[in-house]
Design a protein around this ligand. Structure first.
Ligand code: SF4
Length: 765
């Protein structure tokens, strides 16, 4: 013991009691006791009296979390060992999921702007009255379509469906979209056009079954860390090929990193198809039986020999040949993509170029195969089927009178209340505000003032609205601060419903924490708005999330996403989630914990718990065939120039950060795992040329704005490119608002910038 520290026994009692408190909260956190419920040791102050399972509320992986309860409230959590997604693992965000609920900036009461533009607390009655009177006044003056909504992939499926039905059938809105447009729209359109329905075909077991995985524009290690763990469990010594301009964490761990020039992936995959055709390394029987358009595709890719591809992509021609040979030599090849493909001005055709490769080689519908889009948000997949924005509820078509009749009869409403066309896309809604066609906007659980492309423009657009309503967990988001009305919402862990993960698995969320203050579940807010609006009768049967789940089941009947065989939430809970389709009569898997016990670990129901699509080779087009789809590559809208010589790439920073950090920024643990300061990755050659030293403050500037960042000099980015993590508020001041023409998804990952030391008054060429 240090001589400067007196023994406790020599201290006078008050001081000793202050320093040594055997029963205080800090002591209770240090002392561990058996937790029961198979939990091992837990802090003595947080020994639970019960546990319950729910799925995580951050990303589309959809991990199962076991929440420890005392007196019905959460006191801790651990990853669920028997959940078939994560098998007992969780990333830092999952471990910290409860910590962010108690943040000081939670929205706890409605806030309404007064005459002087200050947000003031008001009662729910005042808030809902203001919501309805202001929105109705806009509709009277400018037409019903002058009000729109922007929603999210973060709320429960039942809530999304309620919002979409309330807005379009009850309030008479036509336009509403979600932040899923920013991440998933490309995959949706690619699948719909190629397969006839938006249907990611895989199951997570495929990560462990492949002997060759091609990961494109996907930094799985960081963006989907638990899925990367599934890759690491693969016993087949798989070839892992990463196609990415950046040497990401995943590229570093890959068998082969194909470091192409940004946005040349479409050319690379046409070149690969060229070699596969040339060598006869195709599955002609599969092509003949299950696809259409292959001959036209063969003619198209004849123009992409390896030499041309190599020159365009900045790689060796032998790399193209080697890649084709690896695919040919493998038995179970899977193609995976995320935002590097989706967030592109030619994302749909690029995603389809991967689908084409899977079809060409017959690597689909079998274990370890598939053309597989990994989603982003926890319920992006729920949004794709049930948000009532682009699709009519349940994957139906607004333009089809038969579909409108079907939906109307299930919901007990007049079919005339259902619009006969889909919504404008997100960017068209923004454009509509600029053109003064949209005057009222309702934003739910998303933060466009941070996340939308070309941020300065977006904030200017939002300021032109007559009435901006933000419904969110936090009153401090960049968008909530601009709002005329803030509606305080409960978050994940404070309400009930279901999420659908990337592999189409429906999992349950539960209320394990009381929402703060007067915050209400989004479901309850929609119910109240329906009442105040005067269309409450239309939603008499929408009494609670589980009642709505029963309606969603009926809406799915006969669709590729049919879930009529799922009885209720209890069945989802017991089965460890259930993947769609699950029509009536499908045998339910037994609880994973039970089967694992009975069979000493090897669950006999694994074939029911892990279900992939297209095992029978039948796709969803009327003729049952998948389509080969292709176009010539497009030009980059804003390539580097003399004035802006570098290409800006954006992407995820760390596994501890989530999107705009609205939630992850509230956890002291997660904050320690990521840089607080914006940093820019720059190649040493470019840094030398611009006289930039490591860790120096620099200006990153595009034609639209400037960002102050710390220079991270690294070979992870190629010369001529820089990388900014997307999580920092300022990054989208730089990005260029351009979109894929088919999906209208923003192309976040390519605009021209220049970088120079911050102490320099201006950029010098
Ligand atoms: Fe949650 Fe995704 Fe992390 Fe799993 S990987 S714990 S779903 S954030």
């Amino acid at each position: 013991m240090s001589p400067s520290l007196p023994l406790l026994s020599t201290l006078r009692p008050p001081l000793a009691e202050l320093l040594y408190q055997p029963h205080g909260p800090l002591t209770a956190d240090l002392v561990r006791r058996p937790g029961g419920f198979g939990l091992g040791q837990v802090p003595a102050g947080r020994v639970p009296d019960a546990t319950t399972g729910l799925v995580c509320g951050y990303c589309s992986t959809g991990c199962g979390l076991n929440v420890h309860l005392r007196g019905g409230e959460a006191v801790g959590l651990t990853p669920t060992t028997s959940y078939p997604v994560n098998l007992g693992m969780a990333c830092p965000k999952g471990w910290e999921a409860l910590a962010v609920l108690g943040a000081a900036d939670r929205a706890t009461v409605p806030l309404l702007k007064d005459d002087r533009g200050r947000q003031r607390p008001v009662s729910w009655d005042q808030a809902l009255t203001a919501f309805c009177s202001r929105m109705k006044a806009i509709q009277r003056r400018h037409g019903p379509q002058a009000v729109a909504f922007l929603s999210t992939g973060q709320i429960a499926t039942e809530e999304m469906a309620f919002l979409g039905a309330l807005a379009k059938f009850g309030m008479g809105l036509l336009h509403g979209d979600g932040n899923t447009r920013q991440c998933m729209a490309t995959a949706v359109v690619a699948y719909k056009q190629a397969f006839g329905f938006d249907a990611p075909p895989y199951t997570y077991a495929d990560f462990e079954e492949s002997d060759c995985m091609v990961l494109v524009g996907s930094n799985l290690c960081v963006a989907h860390p638990i899925l990367w763990q599934r890759v690491c469990r693969n016993p087949h010594r798989p070839r892992i090929i990463v196609v990415d301009p950046r040497k990401t964490e995943t590229a570093m761990a890959a068998t082969e990193h194909v470091a192409i020039r940004p946005k040349t992936d479409l050319v690379l995959f046409y070149g690969l198809a060229h070699v596969l055709f040339r060598e006869g390394w195709i599955d002609q029987a599969f092509i003949d039986a299950h696809t259409s358009g292959c001959e036209a595709f063969r003619e198209h890719v004849a123009a992409y020999p390896p030499a041309r591809v190599a020159a365009a992509c900045g790689i060796e021609a032998t790399a193209v040949e080697r890649l084709a040979r690896t695919i040919h030599a493998s038995q179970r090849v899977s193609f995976w993509w995320t935002m590097g493909v989706n967030q592109s001005y030619e994302g749909v055709r690029t995603a389809q170029s991967l689908i084409n490769l899977a079809l060409l080689t017959g690597h689909i519908g079998r274990p370890g195969t598939g053309a597989n889009s990994i989603t982003g948000q926890c319920n992006a997949m729920g949004s794709r089927l049930f948000s009532n924005t682009t699709n009519l509820l349940g994957g139906h078509d607004f333009a089809s009178a038969a579909h409108r009749e079907k939906v109307a009869s299930i919901l007990g409403i007049d079919a005339a209340a259902i619009p006969d066309r889909p919504s404008w896309a997100y960017d068209q809604i923004i454009e509509g505000i600029l053109q003064e066609k949209i005057k009222g906007l309702w934003v739910i659980a998303t933060n466009p003032a941070h996340s939308w492309i070309n941020q300065h423009m977006l904030r200017d657009v939002l300021s032109r609205l007559d009435f901006l309503v933000v419904q969110d967990m936090y009153h401090s988001t960049e968008t909530a601060q601009l709002a005329d009305l803030v509606l305080p919402a409960a978050g994940w862990g404070e309400k009930e419903g279901t999420f659908i993960n990337s592999e189409r698995r429906i999992g349950v969320i539960k209320r394990v924490v009381r929402a703060p203050g007067e915050a209400l579940a989004d479901f309850s807010i929609f119910k109240l708005i329906a009442e105040y609006w005067g269309c409450g009768r239309m939603f008499d049967r929408w009494t609670d999330p589980e009642a709505v789940f029963q309606l969603l089941k009926e809406l799915s009947r006969g669709q590729p996403c049919d879930i009529t065989g799922i009885a209720d939430y209890a069945m989802l809970d017991a089965a460890g989630g259930i993947q769609w389709p699950f029509p009536e009569g499908t045998r339910a898997p037994r609880p994973p914990a039970a089967t694992a016990r009975e069979t000493d670990g090897a669950a006999p129901d694994d074939d029911l718990r892990q279900r992939r699509l297209f095992a029978d080779g039948r796709f969803y087009h009327p003729d049952g065939r998948a389509r080969f789809l292709f176009d010539p590559p497009a030009s980059m809208p804003e390539p580097p120039s003399d004035a802006f010589p570098l290409l800006l790439l954006t992407g995820r920073g760390t596994a501890a950060q989530w999107h705009t950090q609205t939630r992850t920024g509230k956890s002291s643990v997660l904050r320690k795992l990521a840089s607080r300061e914006v940093y820019v990755e720059i190649n040493p050659a470019d840094a030398r040329r611009a006289q930039i030293k490591p860790n120096q403050r620099v200006i990153v500037q595009s034609q639209r704005g400037s960002v102050l960042a710390k220079a991270f000099v690294t070979h992870a980015v190629q010369p001529g490119q820089v990388f900014l993590p997307m999580h920092y508020e300022t990054v989208n001041q730089l990005t260029l608002a351009h979109f894929d023409p088919h999906s209208r998804q923003p192309s976040y990952k390519d605009c021209a910038v220049r970088v120079y030391p911050a102490h320099q008054p201006e950029y010098v060429r």
